[in-house]
Design a protein around this ligand. Structure first.
Ligand SMILES: Cc1cc2nc3c(=O)[nH]c(=O)nc-3n(C[C@H](O)[C@H](O)[C@H](O)COP(=O)(O)OP(=O)(O)OC[C@H]3O[C@@H](n4cnc5c(N)ncnc54)[C@H](O)[C@@H]3O)c2cc1C
Length: 364
């Protein structure tokens, strides 16, 4: 199978790149290895998405999802305050059902002309003499996909870029232990909840009238993962949060998925673009979920990568450099915002988690 571009990964970054390439007439294959039935982590979308999605013609993607009227955040002190009062990254935005959002985005890419290969997994490059031949497993069968350019949208794994000489620089050890819980009671509370604690921070957001995500974020080497990964241990730990406890116990929430552990580290790829390949989304730059900017960056970088490849094809030699510059600028802005958020919390001066973030050098 021969294409102009093969996109590895069907998250928001891959769908965005595939959609904009296909809209401009490129023949695109999108290889998506996601298990469609699973919930994915990452549902808070900041209000900045409103203008971005409108500008890119993607606003209908947001219609089925809950709007969040704000946040309740115990950050810098024990009392939960409306998020705006503590300069929280979460203003009013959306709580996405990521299963639906990601599936709708893939369908958009497909409607624009991209060939979406579901339940497909890129395995390795194949030496055939043809440029960029990818061995892909689809439903137990192996096929070879040949493309002039590869978009690495495989998330933090960045499987293609790393295998082709790029380096993923990981700047912290943040992980999330999270679960999706269901309640028999109606839950109308649409605030994003954040509660700082000695070894990290708790998070909760509603994704439907009866489903809610609960999570604790901390450094993988500091949290008691053995206990947290059991249902009882996770529940006990969430109950320590004054902000989340009431929600979890009074609404009689019970886990329907998890507790799961996810890598939530910040990191960036050097270089983010190489010979015939480009990385997008988390593969290019992964940010702390506290910033609620991961999905936004995935969408913007997917769009910019599509523009970059189209310009390279039209002979604009500068566009690869401009894409690398776009990722670098985003990284710098993100670092300074992240430092500012973490420095607002000064209660645990002896805690390794906070010390790493408050005293960290400028590259962390
Ligand atoms: C716990 C947690 C909470 C988060 N919370 C938020 C939040 O509230 N707000 C926010 O904006 N961001 C949040 N994020 C970040 C956000 O989820 C990511 O930034 C976003 O999903 C990145 O999109 P992506 O398309 O780059 O990668 P992903 O969404 O990770 O998609 C990558 C895709 O590539 C596929 N893939 C990987 N390898 C292969 C392969 N070999 N072959 C085929 N497919 C492959 C994977 O199956 C996956 O479907 C959170 C992240 C974590 C871990």
């Amino acid at each position: 199978m021969r294409f102009d571009v093969a996109v590895i990964g069907g998250g928001p970054a891959g769908s965005s790149a595939a959609l904009f390439l296909a809209r401009h007439g490129a023949r695109v294959a999108l290889i998506d290895g996601r298990a469609q039935s699973d919930f994915s982590a990452g549902e808070s979308l900041s209000s900045m998405a409103r203008s971005l999605f409108a500008r890119l013609g993607l606003e209908t993607l947001l219609v089925p999802h809950f709007t969040a009227s704000g946040g309740l955040s115990a950050w810098g002190g024990p009392d939960p305050l409306p998020a705006s009062a503590v300069i929280s990254p979460y203003g009013g935005g959306w709580h996405l059902d990521r299963r639906k959002f990601d599936a709708d985005f893939l369908a958009f890419a497909s409607d624009s002309g991209a060939k979406v290969m579901k339940d497909a997994r890129y395995l390795k490059p194949i030496q055939t003499g043809l440029r960029n031949t990818l061995r892909v497993e689809v439903n137990g069968e192996f096929i070879d996909v040949v493309a002039d350019y590869i978009v690495d949208a495989s998330g933090r794994r960045a499987c293609y870029s790393v295998a082709h000489g790029a380096r993923r620089n990981v700047t912290d050890k943040l992980i999330a232990v999270w679960g999706v819980a269901s309640s028999t009671c109606l839950d109308k509370d649409d605030f994003t909840m954040i509660d700082a604690c000695e070894d990290g921070w708790y998070y909760s957001a509603r994704i439907s009238d009866r489903l809610r995500v609960f999570a604790i974020f901390g450094d993988g080497d500091l949290l008691d993962l053995r206990s947290l990964r059991t249902e009882i241990g996770f529940r006990q730990r969430i109950s320590l949060s004054t902000v989340l406890r009431q929600k979890y116990t009074q609404n009689a929430y019970a886990l329907v998925q998890g507790p799961k552990m996810s890598n939530a580290s910040s990191g960036y790829m050097t270089p983010p673009i190489g010979d015939n390949w480009i990385s997008v989304g988390d593969a290019a730059l992964s940010v702390d979920p506290l910033s609620a900017e991961g999905i936004l960056f995935a969408v913007v970088s997917g769009h910019n990568a599509a523009t970059t490849l189209l310009e390279i094809e039209n002979g604009n030699g500068n566009s690869a450099f401009m894409y690398a510059d776009f990722v670098r600028q985003h990284l710098e802005e993100y670092r300074s915002k992240r430092r500012a958020y973490y420095r607002l919390e000064t209660r645990w001066r002896d805690s390794a988690f906070w010390e790493r973030r408050q005293l960290g050098n400028s590259s962390s």
